[in-house]
Design a protein around this ligand. Sequence first.
Ligand SMILES: Nc1ncnc2c1ncn2[C@@H]1O[C@H](COP(=O)(O)O)[C@@H](OP(=O)(O)O)[C@H]1O
Ligand SMILES: [Mg+2]
Ligand SMILES: [Mg+2]
Ligand SMILES: [Mg+2]
Length: 312
Amino acid sequence: MSVFAAERTVAINAVLRASEVCQKVFKQLVSTETITKKDKTPVTIADFSAQAVVNTILYKSFPNDPIVGEEDSGDLRDEPLDEEKLLDAIDRGSYPGGSQGRMWTLDPIDGTKGFLRGEQFAVCLALIVGGNVQLGVMGCPNLPVDFNAPEGERGCLFIAEKGQGAFQRNFSSTEETKIHVSDISSVSEASFCESVEAAHSSHDDSAQIASLLGMTKPSLRMDSQCKYCSVSRGDADIYLRLPTRADYEENIWDHASGSILIQETGGEISDINGKPLDWSLGRTLKANKGIVAANSKIHSKVIEACNKHFNK
Ligand SMILES: Nc1ncnc2c1ncn2[C@@H]1O[C@H](COP(=O)(O)O)[C@@H](OP(=O)(O)O)[C@H]1O
Ligand SMILES: [Mg+2]
Ligand SMILES: [Mg+2]
Ligand SMILES: [Mg+2]
């Protein structure tokens, strides 16, 4: 039985509304409206708007729940936008995270670079309780509903609750379809799903790991946690994220909803050393390096190859 039925309904509504806002802003957006944050990454008015929408909807139903959101209104300081309500809603996402109690984590637009290119991005929301991800909802406005019909309908929602399996539905209908990772057991026949941005996940290292595993299929490259969605419904077999810098810590909002989606579709997820992801340490996964997600039959083989490659 669903433990978080009310949270599930509210999260779906929030993610759908935020996804619609992103689509509307995209139609009007020009690239000059992009701000560069202190960490040199881009952020748009859509990221702020989507965070404000989700935070406002969550607050109505769960006023006591803290939120670990990516954006903070400080980056909007120099913009001609200073409506207190909007800024306050955005800043409700400033929770530092940790191991205690329940909290939401939100990436209002994951894959901002994909969003700006008109490619893949996702609105990602997850509920974490006592350091464990319990619920994940992702809205992917540009993702084809069916991988084999890339020119067909786009816009899908992915929902995973601990112990309840995972489901995909279209933006246009409330009907949910159960999904599953691929059941491939021969890793040489598998394919990677990885970042478009080589600065986020090393393409050179992944090519060498593919060759160690005897893999010959080209990688499926896309931005955002849509990669988790693609692996969770079997479009590709392995989500690989390889560190490009020793000092980079992955953010919890970049992986929380994707991780439960993988686990609830029969997959396994860890860092590149096979270590479980630790959500209890604050806003980042500071105890982990990179990500490997795949079905249970091939996950350990990918970890072995990572070990071999990085410890050579
Ligand atoms: N050096 C780095 N290594 C790994 N991830 C990084 C990175 N610099 C930024 N990112 C993160 O990569 C995310 C996008 O991942 P991907 O390449 O899989 O689409 C960004 O999320 P946002 O787009 O929400 O800012 C950002 O948080
Ligand atoms: Mg960002
Ligand atoms: Mg992100
Ligand atoms: Mg983001």
